[in-house]
Write a new protein. Sequence first.
Length: 198
Amino acid sequence: MSFALVRQVGEGHVLKQLDEAAVNLHWAFILGDRRYNESVMPETLEGELLADAARVAVVVSRFNDYLTSHMQIAAERTWQRLGGDDQALTVVHVPGSLELPVTAKKLAETGRYDAVICLGCVIRGETDHYDHVCQQTAKGIRQVGTQTGVPCIFGVITTDTLEQAINRAGGKAGNQGEKAMLAAIEMANLMKKVQGCG
């Protein structure tokens, strides 16, 4: 079997055809391991997309609920499709996107959940309020995960127009609720594997 190795040369690319052994030796040399052994492989950890053993909380903003409700439904359907138990899924509603992080943090701190999802929708208006809400929401959701160790998934649509938001809440660009649930389940399972490594 042969592989194509692309090496950057100035502004152009030089393409060389090398067999698998040559590629392995080439990268071993680049990485400084002249004792390269093909049988030694790094441990790889990945989270499965199986919800049967997970507990997840979904925090949903009521602001723009004509869109966030579609995101919530997509998240719940994804949960069920991947084998999640309805009793292991909690849905919490908050007034707006700025309330997502504090609620997510309280849920994560209970120790009952393997992941927390935040679903919201912020559409640019005529003022700078849009930028403030987006920045503070994103920062807060990120901090929940890093401070608690519980994956906190950012499922907030931030768009310039209503049309863009519709496309991300079940239109042409898929559904952010489904994507957030897939990420939550994968991360919940990955964190269990990481904890088992110690």
